[in-house]
Design a protein around this ligand. Structure first.
Ligand code: DC
Length: 227
């Protein structure tokens, strides 16, 4: 049987990337973190204008200078911006605070859309984001949409950041999660919405393992098996 594309969408901190990585590993597929792509562009914009602000016209005019790629390493997948490993920097609160404003820009969405669609051309991709099942791969053979309350997601993100040595209060994380939910789901282009044919999973009371089981069950129910 041929390979398929798997789309995983949902709000921030629903466990999308952990699950997408696990699925990709289990199926021997390529994992693509589209949030990291928007974060890398935000990072580039902040470096361009080092006053904590992004100069949008300058950033848009510089898109042709940006190249993003992923590499698999023993410590997991790393994100490279113009050849430099920026994986860790992309998780900073400063990026969290600015990335949704960058993700509303049509020029940036269209720049990344081309790259994302090319990456999925040969199938065998697990891609996570906000608009994968609706815009990037509307014909993906298998789609998931993950949900959970903002409080549960903020608690998860807070614990992850603590483990990474990032010092931000739970209240600040919760505020950021809610602000990003609002921006991501109300923007005009490619807002966070469930594709009609996506399987919605409320992960609030489920472990990562339990969600993984639901996903693999759904994939095999649809008749897709590992190549
Ligand atoms: O998944 P994440 O938290 O790394 O995503 C960072 C931001 O990028 C998020 O606030 C919304 C945006 N994003 C998007 O608009 N479309 C995607 N496909 C992925 C992320």
């Amino acid at each position: 049987m041929n390979k398929i594309n798997i789309a995983i969408d949902g709000a921030a901190a629903t466990g999308k990337s952990t699950l997408a990585k696990r699925l990709a590993k289990a199926l021997d597929y390529i994992y693509i973190d589209t949030g990291a792509m928007f974060r890398a562009i935000t990072f580039f914009g902040l470096e361009q204008h080092p006053k904590g602000e992004i100069n949008v016209p300058l950033l848009v005019a510089s898109l042709s200078e940006i190249s993003i790629h992923f590499e698999e390493t023993p410590s997991g997948q790393r994100t490279f911006l113009n050849g430099v490993d920026v994986t860790q920097a992309l998780r900073n609160p400063e990026i969290n605070a600015k990335v949704s404003a960058v993700a509303v820009l049509p020029e940036i969405r269209s720049f990344l859309l081309d790259i994302q669609q090319q990456l999925g051309e040969d199938k065998g991709v697990v891609m996570d984001g906000r608009d994968i099942g609706t815009v990037v791969f509307p014909k993906a053979e298998c789609k998931f949409f993950l949900t959970a309350s903002p409080e549960i997601r903020a608690r998860r993100r807070f614990n992850e950041q603590l483990a990474d040595g990032i010092d931000e209060s739970y209240e600040a994380v919760l505020q950021n999660v809610k602000a990003r939910d609002h921006q991501d789901s109300t923007r005009a282009i490619a807002p966070l919405t469930k594709a009609v044919d996506a399987l919605e999973i409320d992960v609030s009371d489920l472990s990562i393992e339990a969600v993984f089981q639901v996903m693999t069950h759904h994939i095999s129910e649809k008749g897709w098996t590992k190549q």
